[in-house]
Design a protein around this ligand. Structure first.
Ligand code: ZN
Length: 412
């Protein structure tokens, strides 16, 4: 079997998909179930069908494009990622795993290889939390990491329910049908840009992911008392933003003093109400994101933050309430998939190292129902989620080649 990636075709498809966007190039904005996202999906389905793949979509819009293997009863070998993009993002995050997965399948077809296990390309819905406030919606439902009832309670930033939005997008059926039956996948591999600087710094072609860090996220509401910026004297104040400021620094400190470099905590949103120059902030909403590769350590940080919020609330007489949105466990990748990836790299003379994924991905959730691993390619300066995100044609082709080889060995 000799594998030759059509790098030209793959790159031109990455460029073409980047133009299906709500932002001016080179930026990419593609929010789930917007007309733009639906156009991108239709474009992708056409490409999959042109490759002879049988396409189906589930009720949350996860797309499965299957290359039938010779043993119809054997479990699938899956690959894929997402194509939704946060506002003002780049063109490679997620896309490399979807279009690289498609190219890997086409490369195997052209080589004459015929799989025993069917190979399935997955497009996973709403990996980014932009619209519904929760990431990896498609893979959470696939793996049962979120219940259909909980998912039905989700609404977007305009107050439209997930049910409404997905039906408008013509995703039919009930969310109960999304969860995969046990043993559906023999293995799942996700190709992705690293979104960090290590591979580039070490001049390596690929990273084989052995662990995926666990995110926990919460919405924090701080309710103080508003009033006139001139009229209310300092001793009387219950300023919600001052309390938020103290809490944000306590959060930073909790992560810094966890004892491990792997602990990170971020407050990325601070909404201030009423937001007027001469009005005391009466209400603040914060977002909290805490990640770690170790569940106990991350939970310990969450407890420290909780104690700090209670202390600040008592001292400043402003109630602070925290609503946990998700607190997922980290994933260990499957040894047999890690092995298949490592052997594929070795076979093609591609330099690689084992590594930890510090961003979370759909694979984190799929790991609950399938043996998974991920393959990272370098991205320039580690930049991601910004318009100047960049992965070289050479690295994209090498990642796709290693992916093709891995899919072949897992499905033979
Ligand atoms: Zn991604």
């Amino acid at each position: 079997m000799s594998l030759a990636i059509d790098s030209q075709r793959l790159l031109s498809e990455i460029e073409a998909l980047a133009l299906i966007s709500d932002a001016e190039p080179p930026a990419v904005t593609r929010i789930v179930f917007t007309p733009t996202d639906l156009r991108a999906r239709a474009w992708l389905i056409e490409k999959c069908q042109a490759a002879g793949l049988a396409v189906r979509q589930d009720p949350i819009g996860n797309m499965f494009a299957r290359w039938a293997g010779s043993d119809a009863g054997a479990p699938m070998v899956g690959t894929g990622s997402h194509i939704d993009a946060i506002p003002n993002a780049g063109k490679y995050d997620g896309v490399v795993g979807v279009l690289g997965g498609l190219e890997a399948i086409r490369t195997l077809q052209k080589s004459g290889f015929r799989p025993r296990n069917s190979i399935e390309l997955l497009l996973l819905t709403s990996e980014e939390p932009t619209r519904f406030g929760i990431g990896c919606l498609g893979s959470r439902l696939l793996s049962g990491s979120i219940s259909p009832e909980a998912a039905r309670k989700l609404a977007d930033n305009d107050g439209q329910s997930l049910e409404e939005v997905r039906r408008k997008a013509e995703m039919h059926g009930e969310l109960e049908e999304v969860k995969l039956p046990p043993g559906y996948y023999k293995a799942f591999v996700e190709l992705h840009i690293e979104q960090g600087p290590l591979l580039e710094r070490e001049n390596l072609a690929l990273g084989v992911v052995t662990k995926i860090a666990a995110p926990a996220s919460a919405r924090i509401s701080i309710d103080g008392a508003g009033g006139h910026a001139g009229g209310v004297l300092m001793p009387e104040r219950r300023d919600a933003l001052c309390a938020a400021a103290e809490l944000i620094l306590a959060i930073e400190n909790a992560a810094r003093s966890s004892g491990a470099i792997d602990t990170v905590a971020t407050v990325g949103i601070c909404d201030v109400f009423p937001g007027a120059v001469n009005s005391i902030p009466s209400r603040v909403r914060l977002s909290l994101d805490v990640r770690d590769t170790n569940l106990d350590r991350r939970n310990a940080v969450l407890r420290v933050i909780d104690v700090a919020s209670q202390e600040i609330a008592a001292k400043r007489r402003v109630p602070v309430s925290t609503e946990m949105l998700n607190a997922d466990a980290p994933a260990d990748c499957a040894p047999e998939v890690i092995d298949a990836l490592s052997r594929a790299c070795e076979k093609h003379g591609l330099s690689f190292r084992p590594m930890i994924s510090r961003a979370y991905h759909d694979s984190l959730f799929i790991s609950a129902v399938a043996p998974v691993a991920m393959l990272f390619i370098p991205c320039r300066n580690g930049y991601s989620h910004r318009p100047d995100e960049y992965a070289s044609p050479e690295h994209i082709a090498q990642g796709t080649l290693a992916l093709a080889e891995t899919l072949a060995s897992l499905s033979a």
